[in-house]
Design a protein around this ligand. Structure first.
Ligand SMILES: Nc1ncnc2c1ncn2[C@@H]1O[C@H](COP(=O)(O)OP(=O)(O)OP(=O)(O)O)[C@@H](O)[C@H]1O
Length: 406
């Protein structure tokens, strides 16, 4: 069943929690509402559930206006962050609650409760009380209870927020499984965690200050964010100021080969994992591109690259691509590589180890006060604090976004 919010505004006294919000979620679709704390995500969800009354605008389910219907008559399953199970009821009775309220026959209630507990892997816990369950188990029961009434719409408000990291990862897998098991329902999923949104959502609606900023399929928003806010909120993109002239788009004075200027877009967006670090010696040889510079002394020698401060051959061979070809072939390959990337010179000002990678922060010469974050995968040498580096930005990973609040 389609969920529609049409121009929905919600005021709490003088606070505007939601402003002119439009959203349509189709049956079989999962839409994540993603945004920082206080951006209005929960308010949007509560408006659909019927827990808050819009100051303006309409809510439709399957085309029918339900703005004035009480929550219980909307036939929606709701799961919130803090489980909200009835503490005095056993697990099975919690799951049965909505069915009994709807006066379903006893046999049907028993069957449905069994099915739901089975689905969330809690079949043997029916006689326990919520306090006898872990957080993750309680959340599963909450999901079973929400689905027991066979809703055509499921609203999930930060359902994993109270869980520890391992359990969150497990439950994320459970939610993906759930999506496959009840494919026909529409799901609205509120989160401030971009990894949950990317893992679960068909489309992501990014919110900020009570408004919808951007909405698009998850992969699209990630690959080509329409605004600076979405670029940094979804994936922590680097945003670097660019200049436009007849020669094309430049960043810190370097031309970005092949990137076309776009009206109103003055920031270069690139993800930290897409940037490569090179030692200054190797990069300046490659970037110079002149006769002789690309010969054996710059490219071939393990010596030239091996001794470099960033860790030698592994960086060197990746950075220079086809360098191993030698001779004229090598030159062509390197020039191709040069054309496909922009190289920025700078130095390291911070590095944080994160297990699978390290995030290195660099300052770019000629770009005062703008730092660039680079993810260096585990196994690569992380340059030292203060070391000179060249940041290689492959053009295929670069896009332009408008500056401003989005
Ligand atoms: N019942 C209420 N009374 C007054 N103000 C409220 C109420 N509920 C929400 N607000 C305010 O409305 C704004 C949006 O709140 P909302 O809970 O929708 O944000 P959110 O994006 O879900 O945040 P979080 O991620 O922290 O849950 C906030 O400024 C909040 O303080």
């Amino acid at each position: 069943m389609t969920v529609q919010l049409e121009d929905v505004t919600v005021h709490f006294g003088r606070t505007c929690a939601l402003e002119g919000f439009d959203l349509s979620v189709a049956a079989r679709e999962t839409v994540a509402l993603l945004g920082p704390s206080g951006s209005g995500k929960s308010t949007a969800l509560k408006a659909v559930a019927g827990f808050v009354r819009p100051t303006r605008g309409r809510i439709r389910l399957g085309g029918n206006d339900v703005t004035d219907l009480p929550p219980a008559r909307r036939g929606i399953g709701v799961v919130v962050q803090q489980y909200a199970l009835f503490p005095h009821l056993r697990v099975a009775d919690n799951v049965a609650f909505g069915l009994r309220a709807a006066r379903k026959p006893k046999a049907e209630v028993t069957r449905r409760v069994g099915e739901m507990l089975e689905m969330v892997g809690m079949a043997s816990y029916g006689r326990r009380f919520p306090r006898e369950l872990s957080g993750g188990q309680q959340q599963r029961v909450a999901i079973a209870r929400a689905l027991a009434i066979q809703p055509s719409v499921l609203l999930l408000d930060e359902p994993l927020a109270a869980l520890d990291a391992q359990l969150r990862a497990d439950m994320l897998g459970e939610l993906q499984k759930l999506r496959r098991e009840v494919p026909e329902i529409a799901i609205v999923y509120v989160t401030h965690d971009q990894s949950e949104a990317l893992a679960l959502a068909d489309r992501i609606a990014v919110m900020r200050d009570a408004r919808l900023v951007d909405i698009a399929p998850a992969a699209e928003l990630y690959a080509a964010p329409p605004s600076a806010f979405t670029a940094s909120f979804l994936g922590g993109a680097n945003l670097l100021p660019v200049a436009m002239d007849e020669g094309g788009v430049t960043v810190a004075g370097a031309v970005i080969p092949g990137l076309k200027p776009e009206e109103g877009k003055s920031l270069l967006c690139i993800r930290p994992h897409a940037i490569r670090l090179e030692p200054p010696a190797a990069a300046s040889a490659a970037a110079a591109g002149g006769e002789g510079v690309l010969g054996s002394e710059a490219l071939g020698g393990a010596g030239a690259l091996g001794g470099a401060e960033l860790g030698g051959a592994e960086l060197g061979s990746e950075a220079l691509g086809g360098a191993a070809m030698g001779g004229a072939g090598a030159r062509g390959a390197v020039e191709d590589a040069v054309e496909d990337a922009v190289r920025l010179v700078g130095r390291v000002v911070a590095a944080q180890w994160r297990g699978a990678s390290s995030q290195v922060t660099c300052l770019v010469d000629g770009l005062a006060e703008v730092s660039v974050r680079v993810d260096v995968p585990a196994g690569r040498r992380v340059p030292e604090f203060g070391a000179g580096v060249v940041m290689v930005l492959p053009v295929e990973a670069c896009s332009l976004v408008p500056a401003g609040v989005g």
